[in-house]
Design a protein around this ligand. Sequence first.
Ligand SMILES: [Zn+2]
Ligand SMILES: [Zn+2]
Length: 415
Amino acid sequence: MPYFPEIYPGEILYSVFARLSFHMAHVSAMDTWDHVYGRHVQRPVVDFPSNLDWFASRLHSGPSADELAMRHTLLPYYTAFATAQVREKAMKAMRGEEGKVGLVIGLRAKPLGPLQTVRFCPACYEEMIAGQGEAYFRREHQLPIVLVCPRHECDLRISEVKLGKTNFLHRANKDTCPPDAPSAVADRSVPRQRLLKLARRATDWLENPRSEDEVTAARSITARIVAKGVRAGSQVDWTRLNLIVDDVLAPLEPAFPGLLAGTGRTNGWMEHTMDPTRKVHSDPLCFLSLVMDEIEKGSGPFGDGPWACENPLAEHFGHMTITETDAPLKTNGRIITVKFRCSCGYVYTRSKYPDGRLGRSFRVRFGPLLRDHVAKCARDGLTITKAAASVGTNWDVLRRHMKKEGILDPWEKPS
Ligand SMILES: [Zn+2]
Ligand SMILES: [Zn+2]
């Protein structure tokens, strides 16, 4: 290829082609495709251009087809939680001429459809002009779920660039991105903090691969909801779940019309996302993750957990091994006491006083590890006082704990 412009970080491929078109003073997109591909190909699109193999082969020492897809299209967002198989299939579709990638990744999965209009952030725009003298369209701004700039926290604006059947490529400039361009969120009442959370999360999914734990968590939403107690018997309590959903998602409805319609118990986007046998789609998962935040944020007196095991006999002493507690108990109607149980059998309680002060912890049980410890102390010829000191207590308290664990007292003098 005789000339190709520098590709900017985070730039969507459409924008690169549009700048090329401008730099070369092409009359229509056909000239640009002739220039880029050197042959007639189908029209590339903003979110999922195909023919990347051919295109990359014409860029001398430029990025590979895979790098173009991963860094300059929306693909990594849509496949963030997909299986390796789906991911490979999607990449293949983008490398080749088929252009069926939208089908592979479920681009039309509810509650959002594909992008209609290219968006921009006015603050990013000014920075680009000041930085390199020309503006470009950033890819994270083209995710339908992103309505505010994750960096500048301002509303995105709707540019004059409409997608669909057009033979012209439009770069970001004062005509396509005028200062008075309308906001992507017309309704002022939509809480911007919540939109920002969505925007930041989606951008993270676009830019960074997910850990195995996150993928597993995405596939076990129903189990997580049940584990947090939003349940009737062993099933999800949909009445309570929908109350939480309404709290979290109803304020977003004006920005995403139809969002709540799919949150019912049967066959909506939410129920599909909770079904571990179905494909995980990023848009519904991103919305549902706000609901999960609310369910899992933990409102207990000692915070979200996990909490430390305080068993001096356990190798994991001091580690955060306790993930669940008994329901808090109110004493005198004022002091809140919580019982922490570790899987090693150690149990302790802590209290929170009406003034917010946290009390020290009280050991309830040592658990089965005490048996070996007592046997060892006796074998080593320690007195009961020394044995008790080795676990930070007195002989009479130790004796009480031995009784709780059913351990015969090796120090007891035969009478
Ligand atoms: Zn910005
Ligand atoms: Zn423990």
